[in-house]
Design a protein around this ligand. Structure first.
Ligand SMILES: [Fe+2]
Length: 256
């Protein structure tokens, strides 16, 4: 049903391509709230040169503001606020020295597992804006502590933003779980690349369904490397771009 978004080489696609202005960019979003640009602390940018390449790509695609979000995951990326903020300083300085005109701040993408609540009690969480905190969890199975961890966050005054809900395969046949998360006061963040089919057809279809139902609050690039940057640029010439441009994402409010 949704494959019409990316069908190539037919008159429908050609017509929709014609509707995308040649100077299309992501400036209508203003801010990106999910990326991995701090070098050497997660699976994103490895060096400061990588960071600069990705930041230049974001600037060229029309973004004005970046809230970069390194992974905080006890097993693989045991980052903390101090380490992330030191890394932020490094990329802010490098961006300035290289005339990259982006407002750059940092938060984190916190991984919900059995260690998360303890971490939250140990130090204040880094926020995207106000008290909003980006979280993710296993893509293989629903963590048994998910609801209690979200509840604990809310009790502590935070508002969870669930990163890429469309990528949690175990929710695909339980669409009501998405509604439940929203009813519990969570915000949902679309990975833009999900709409392009980058992560596969099933994820694209779930993402389009969530979009159609108006269930996303934010979108994000979740950019780790140049391949993501190229794919995001490629989306500027798809019919999906028009759909995304019309959607009332909250991203632009971060630029007010
Ligand atoms: Fe991410």
């Amino acid at each position: 049903m949704f494959s019409r978004f990316f069908r190539r080489g037919n008159s429908e696609q050609e017509k929709s391509d014609a509707l995308v202005p040649s100077d299309a960019d992501w400036s209508f979003l203003g801010a990106d709230i999910h990326s991995h640009f701090v070098p050497g602390i997660d699976d994103g940018a490895k060096t400061i040169e990588d960071s600069l390449t990705l930041l230049r790509a974001m600037e060229a695609m029309g973004y004005k503001k970046i809230v970069t979000t390194p992974h905080v995951m006890s097993d693989f990326y045991p980052n903390n606020s101090q380490k992330i903020l030191a890394g932020l300083q490094t990329i802010q300085d490098a961006a300035r020295e290289n005339n990259i005109n982006l407002e750059i701040s940092a938060a984190a993408e916190y991984y919900i597992d059995e260690t998360f609540t303890e971490l939250m009690e140990r130090e204040p969480l880094l926020t995207i804006t106000k008290k909003q905190v980006l979280v993710e969890f296993s893509m293989l199975y629903e963590p048994p502590m998910l609801n209690s961890a979200l509840f604990n966050m809310q009790t502590a005054g935070y508002k969870p933003i669930i990163a890429h809900p469309e990528r949690y395969m175990f929710f695909h046949n339980k669409f009501e779980r998405y509604r439940e998360l929203r009813d519990r006061g969570c915000l949902l963040q679309l990975n833009l690349l999900s709409i392009s089919g980058y992560y596969g057809r099933n994820i694209m279809e779930v993402a389009l369904r969530l979009l159609e139902k108006g269930m996303y609050d934010y979108c994000g690039s979740d950019m780790h490397h140049e391949k993501h940057a190229a794919a995001l640029k490629g989306m500027l010439h798809s019919k999906a771009y028009n759909t995304l441009a019309k959607y009332p994402f909250l991203n632009s409010q971060l630029c007010l």
